[in-house]
Design a protein around this ligand. Sequence first.
Ligand SMILES: Nc1nc2c(ncn2[C@@H]2O[C@H](COP(=O)(O)OP(=O)(O)OP(=O)(O)O)[C@@H](O)[C@H]2O)c(=O)[nH]1
Ligand SMILES: [Mg+2]
Length: 492
Amino acid sequence: MAAADGDVSTSEGKRSLSLGGHVGFDSLPDQLVGKSVTQGFSFNILCVGETGIGKSTLMNTLFNTTFENEEACHFQEDVHLRPRTYELQESNVQLKLTVVDTVGFGDQINKDESFKPIVDYIDTQFENYLQEELKIKRSLFNYHDTRIHVCLYFIAPTGHSLKSLDLVTMKKLDSKVNIVPIIAKADTISKNELHKFKIKIMSELVSNGVQIYHFPTDDDTITGINSSMNAHIPFAVVGSSEEVKVGNKTVRARLYPWGVVQVENENHCDFVRLREMMFRVNMEDLREQTHARHYELYRRCKLEEMGFKDTDPDSEPFSLQETYEAKRKEFLIDLQHKEEEMRQMFVNRVKETEAELKEKEKELHDKFEQLKRLHQEEKRNLEEKRRELEEDMNSFNLFYIYFSLTVLCLFLCLCICHLDFHYFLSIILSFYLCREGQDRTNNVAAQLLAATTWCDMIWRQIERDLWPPRASGGCWDLSDAHIAACWEACLL
Ligand SMILES: Nc1nc2c(ncn2[C@@H]2O[C@H](COP(=O)(O)OP(=O)(O)OP(=O)(O)O)[C@@H](O)[C@H]2O)c(=O)[nH]1
Ligand SMILES: [Mg+2]
């Protein structure tokens, strides 16, 4: 066989064979290209820069079109990101382009947290991709990948140095995204100043440990161009939506009273270098770096955070299945502990509540007993008072009977013996006082006095009107009419 004959080497346990005829797998790259072209590509650009620094104009200039543009105002309370996706086509290649704009960046008085929404946005895109990857039924083939492939960081053309906001933001982003720093509105800075400014920026980035994206030099086909282009970083760019006639050509340029700045003139600015490097030469590398470096880092940290690891504490390989089992066991033990804690907590609560209820019951019982005692005491007192009252009433009734009898007797005696009425009344009162004792006499004495007065009045009436015998010399001459009138007066 031809294949067997062509046995050449056995390095690393693999034998290289030469083929006797055409098999056809050399068309694999073409197959890949065909598939990729059919599938289309996605490319996501993040523009970070202060309000009005020229982000939208540069995007329009880069893609030679006019994207939707909404000017941001300088009074945003915080930074937010505005992603916009467009379907573009060049030749037969479809590109799903997402341009993410930072709105309100650098406009706040306190800029400490300005980087946070940007970092969060990038992480969210990574997280979405990771979630899709971890799904049982994945559809990465037609998944809209929104991970940021390149971050164009717009530096203001101050000619001085980087602002602390720029340094902080780039430092926070450099492990998450490919940063390409660019000097915006480069037409506003002179050539010498620009040169010095570029050197200053690079030295500041290095001294602050900010990792920016460098065009790869490991691929021989592009090493030359990439190495020379790396020397131009940060690119100084000019954007314009104006078209100006220069000679017999219409070009994108910015027209000034003193001349024309041509956007696509390499002597005027680095716009063409940026476009070439970003799209024509290194677009796939930017996509690959995003996936292999930045996303990989995010994924690793996230999985480690979730407890997954490749090796056990003895540095022995640890499979996903083992990790899962270990995690499950850990989780079950944790769950049991929590369950036990909850049960214990519940028992304690029940005990506490039971004790509280018992305490309350005891309090209520004591209160009830106390009230019962009070009630009985009250009842006893009332009984006592009732008895006393009854005794009073009895003695009073008895007294009235005695008194009435006495009065009657005395009245009769008086009638018969002509005794003085007041004299007899004082006898009655003394009699009463002696009988009842000192403490109960007040009331009765008052009544007696009233009765005395009443009797006195009757007596006087009788003396005046019905007692003619006395008025006529004291002879007792009781006719029937006199006696009747006397009784009538008594009864009244
Ligand atoms: N001199 C000069 N002016 C520019 C350049 N690019 C844009 N401008 C001008 O800067 C102004 C703001 O440009 P935009 O592209 O709207 O800036 P932006 O960063 O998108 O602004 P916001 O989206 O509102 O934050 C416009 O008047 C542009 O014409 C440039 O390269 N040089
Ligand atoms: Mg804009």
